[in-house]
Design a protein around this ligand. Structure first.
Ligand code: DC
Length: 210
């Protein structure tokens, strides 16, 4: 069973993907961490905005970097959406993601293009979304434990810039697959999103079996 979960930053994808994977006893891959690791590697090599540097970083990707705490740093976050817009970077990461999805028993992958490009034949596709304000508020709380004005404004601006880059790029832009079930998480807590996601997966699997 392959479950694809896509959506913008801060919509709650990774938390829900982890819980769904645990629920079904299958593996989980947060594909955003791949682009973050490429960005970190490219920053170490020089300029991540240089396509040749980013491609070299993607081809040299060391999977042990997926656990690196620096992947969440602000400069790495910003650089990740820059390298993610490069077709050669996406191409270099394709096989790893597709092979991961083919694990015996199945897998849950979350990202931006899982239902559209990486696993177009996934058994269930969810697209989690939320207003930019709700997503920025969550991210601010993660960063500092409250929603202080200055940080919130910066997080909101960064989030909108990243949404724009991820959505308008030509290579695998962020769009829901035609057959994805869209869940708006703006006013839902993690338990409610989990329940909605499980219900959507059960519905999809029931329809496919029929
Ligand atoms: O989900 P995240 O914030 O960790 O993702 C980091 C960046 O990588 C984000 O700008 C979008 C990009 N990304 C992508 O283009 N395709 C994916 N499948 C996952 C992430």
């Amino acid at each position: 069973m392959i479950i694809a979960i896509d959506g913008p930053a801060g919509a709650g994808k990774s938390t829900i993907a982890r819980r769904i994977a645990q629920h079904f006893g299958i593996a989980h891959l947060d594909t955003g961490s791949l682009y973050r690791a490429v960005a970190l590697e490219a920053l170490g090599m020089g300029d991540p905005a240089d396509p040749a540097t980013a491609e070299r970083a993607a081809k040299a990707l060391d999977l042990s970097m997926l656990e690196d705490r620096r992947l969440r740093d602000e400069n790495v976050t910003a650089a990740s959406s820059v390298v993610a817009a490069m077709p050669a970077v996406r191409e270099a990461l394709l096989d790893f993601q597709r092979n991961f999805a083919q694990r015996p028993g199945g897998a849950v992958l979350d990202g931006r293009d899982i239902g559209t490009v990486i696993c177009p034949d996934a058994d269930a596709k969810l697209f989690l979304t939320a207003t930019a304000e709700a997503r920025a508020l969550r991210r601010t709380r993660e960063l500092q434990g409250d929603a202080g004005g200055a940080i919130y404004q910066r997080v909101l601006a960064d989030m909108k810039a990243r949404d724009a880059r991820d959505s308008v790029r030509r290579a695998a832009p962020l769009v829901p697959a035609d057959d994805a079930i869209v869940i708006d998480t703006s006013t839902l807590d993690a338990d409610a999103v989990f329940a909605a996601a499980l219900a959507a997966i059960a519905d999809t699997l029931a329809v496919t079996k029929r």
